[in-house]
Write a protein that binds this ligand. Structure first.
Ligand code: SF4
Length: 230
């Protein structure tokens, strides 16, 4: 962690947030380099072409690429954004009126984030990739999101039972707190791999729809891809 808040950045770009509770909202994405996990299905480029950027350089880049004149949504994603010292950037962004969504797998935590989340200036969207997440992340998360693949749902709650790290191994991924289930803030995103089937039967999408209807979750598609956006 660097004291000055400079970060290892893969890319900064404007788009429409396509997934989760902010789906449809114009946003600037800051993709940070590196991850502490190695998921078998990961298709995110978080190692190539990274550059070190100071907080000022990141703020300049965000102001340059964003589409709107006023404050907007900034999404910190990765990789795993919480493996770096993101607090100085978050403080500057939130002081300028931006709301920041952090997309995290939930294994890492910086206690300085608690104030920003408590002030409702930062939202945590957790996509568990392990059997447990950090207790503070679980307590403060505003939504949970799961990648759904056919045949890997628990019969008890419909949520995934598979190791994201070891192919073929069963593992119950960390479950959402009950208050998020009650608020329907659990999102099911069908895995974006070819199903080899026509229609919904036998597909990851069909499975996500079935589970959402049975257990009261939400189906979440990567709508930015439908829009042809990054
Ligand atoms: S946690 Fe996310 S970014 Fe990291 S390896 Fe897994 S899918 Fe990729």
């Amino acid at each position: 962690m660097r004291e000055d808040g400079s970060l290892w950045v893969t890319e900064i770009f404007p788009t429409i947030q396509g997934e989760g509770p902010f789906a449809g909202v114009p946003a600037t994405f800051v993709r940070l380099g590196g991850c502490n996990l190695a998921c078998t299905f990961c298709d995110t480029e978080f190692e190539a072409g990274n550059t070190d950027m100071s907080v000022d350089a990141m703020l300049d880049a965000i102001m340059r690429v964003r589409r709107s004149a006023g404050p907007e949504l900034v999404v910190l994603t990765g990789g795993e954004p919480l493996r770096q010292n993101v607090v100085p950037l978050l403080v500057e962004l939130t002081q300028r009126g931006h709301h920041v969504q952090i997309e995290t797998a939930g294994t890492l935590w910086d206690e300085r984030l608690e104030v920003l989340v408590g002030l409702n200036r930062v939202s945590l969207v957790v996509s568990p990739k392990t059997g447990k997440v950090n207790p503070a992340v679980e307590r403060l998360a505003s939504a949970y999101k799961y990648i759904v693949r056919l045949g890997e749902a628990s019969p008890d709650d419909g949520l995934p039972v598979y190791s994201t790290q070891v192919p073929g191994k069963e593992l119950e991924l960390a479950r959402p707190p009950q208050h998020l289930v009650a608020k329907q803030q659990v999102y099911l995103q069908p895995c974006d791999e070819h199903d080899g089937a026509e229609g919904l039967t036998g597909t990851n999408l069909g499975e996500a729809i079935r589970i959402a209807a049975q257990f009261g979750y939400r189906v979440c598609l990567q709508t930015h891809k439908l829009m042809g956006l990054p």
